[in-house]
Design a protein around this ligand. Structure first.
Ligand SMILES: [Zn+2]
Length: 52
């Protein structure tokens, strides 16, 4: 489950160490079309967005 950071509105995974009080999302927004749109290294555990 993704989390949107309250600080800079970036997206993170549920267990990202860099985001603590973000907003939990049920899904990523439509503008995120690939893992390359997600800047944080916490996404590196996934091979593709389909796995998120
Ligand atoms: Zn992160």
């Amino acid at each position: 489950m993704p989390i949107m950071s309250g600080d800079d509105l970036s997206y993170h995974t549920n267990d990202c160490p860099d985001v603590d009080d973000g907003m939990r999302l049920t899904d990523l927004p439509e503008e995120i079309t690939s893992l390359e749109d997600l800047e944080c290294t916490c996404w590196e555990q996934y091979d593709s967005l389909a796995e998120v």
